[in-house]
Design a protein around this ligand. Structure first.
Ligand code: FE
Length: 175
């Protein structure tokens, strides 16, 4: 006997509840915010804007904004990174390509590279999805410091408290 065709109208929404344990979606209408306080400073003229701080899977999705030229950092990625350049451009000392506005970059696990913003770029904004940990290293790979989703959450919490948004402002980005 053929199955009854219940899918007769493409505009019928899904009719069942979502899984009981599913997390809530995150919707951010303005990823590049109007409120400067949403940007979390991480060095002079360097700030990030959290989008999804995924503590359950150990990754973070954020916008990185750099308003200075020169070397930003040398770092190693044990896991993959995805980047989408929204404004400006940048490159790595270890590669001859340039990440241009509108461009996408896959940074492969095992990469160690040194991010440079060219002199003629006033501002670069790149959306990065970073998995696991970022290790800041010396030229020979010795780890000097690191960041992970938990250090990111801590930075957000401290900053949002300080600027009056409240420490729990970060909660909306945490999953
Ligand atoms: Fe990188």
């Amino acid at each position: 006997m053929p199955l009854e065709d219940t899918d007769t109208d493409a505009r019928t929404p899904y009719q069942l509840p979502f899984p009981q344990d599913a997390l809530q979606e995150i919707v951010i209408p303005k990823a590049i915010p109007d409120d400067e306080r949403v940007w979390v400073p991480q060095a002079e003229n360097v700030a990030f804007r959290p989008l999804c701080l995924n503590r359950s899977q150990g990754y973070w999705m954020n916008l990185l904004r750099v308003r200075k030229s020169g070397v930003l950092s040398r770092h190693r990625h044990p896991q993959a990174v995805h980047g989408l350049v929204l404004r400006g451009r940048w490159h790595y000392l270890e590669h001859d390509w340039v990440a241009e506005e509108g461009g996408y970059v896959f940074e492969a696990p095992g990469e160690t590279h040194t991010l440079v913003v060219p002199d003629d770029v006033d501002e670069m904004i790149t959306m990065f999805q970073v998995n696991g940990v970022m290790l800041y290293v010396d030229p020979y790979g010795k780890t000097m410091s690191y960041e992970d989703v938990f250090t990111k959450i801590d930075m957000c919490r401290a900053h949002y408290e300080k600027v009056g948004l409240g420490a729990d402002y970060v909660d909306q980005f945490v999953r």
